[in-house]
Design a protein around this ligand. Sequence first.
Ligand code: ADP
Length: 352
Amino acid sequence: MSAITEALVREKLSTVKYPGFSRDIVSFGLVKEVWVSGDDVLVQLSLATNDPRVPQAIKEGSEAALAQLPGIGKATVRIDIQASAQAAPAAGGAPMAASAIPGVKHVIAVASGKGGVGKSTVAANLAVALQKNGASVGLCDCDLYGPSIGLMFGTSERPMATEENRIIPIERAELKLMSMGFLLDDAAPAILRGPMVTKYTQQFLRQVDWGELDYLVLDLPPGTGDIQLTIVQTVALTGVVIVTTPQEVALIDARKASTMFTKVNVPVLGLIENMSYFLCPSDGQRYDIFGSGGGEREAARLKVPLLGQVPIDIATREAGDRGLPVTAADPANPVALGFLQIARTLAANVGA
Ligand code: ADP
């Protein structure tokens, strides 16, 4: 009979999925220690959640998986559950633990169920609007595969590091900016896969020297995959804002994103409906290109606020492409005024 080894134990544990996700508990880095003593095994896991069903399911799944090892004696799985580091009672619940970023009061993620709905545009304008309302704000582009914040702020500057090897954010439009794109060369995302992405993301989020901030806005990659989960496992979020367009296909994905964040105890602070309508510059008429009322209905269904509706606006697109979000380039533009209002509502809702 083959002897039980740590490698065999880890291999077995890598068949156990994190509840509700396609990713396994080993690649998420939940396994902290494995002790093998003869045929007996003791595994120490560590995870951050406020949902008692998650550790229960992982413990049962892990013990059942280990029981399949030939010759195994007693298999014990202990789970160290970290409590939430940054509760947000005003937002209606505590986010899952993961560590707070020292000096940063609120971390707000901007997410979308699918790509191309204007998530980065919204994240950039929201960050500028929070700053214009008097807060100190950082913006971090976490989209490893399609970073766009550099483009939107007209910079591809490589950040410097401090003597302690911490990354100093770039300053633009009175914001502190950081993007995974600033550090990677163009070919890097293609070779970063699976667990490496997780590791890189975690390292990246911990190494930036943000200083004192009222808000750090995280532009998440689109969708509800492993990177999003890694981020919520790594950083204590105040909550998430979900960007959608009004069409049913986008709303279905927004709903999925909302379900994922709720499942991991990250408060959904609200929806922002982008490309809600088009105000024709020549006739002043409003055109509901993608139909109307979708965001409102979805927000009501999810029981979260609809934080705002952003029209399709040529100046908004042009400003983004030119390297300065419209809220910074032309604060009197109606879209900019809309973002300033969204930022005020958000600030009030998180109790800032
Ligand atoms: P995502 O981050 O969801 O992929 P982006 O923010 O990169 O989307 O936006 C995709 C494209 O749509 C960009 O060219 C952007 O300028 C444009 N866009 C986003 N929101 C608006 C808007 N409200 N009006 C006009 N163009 C917009």
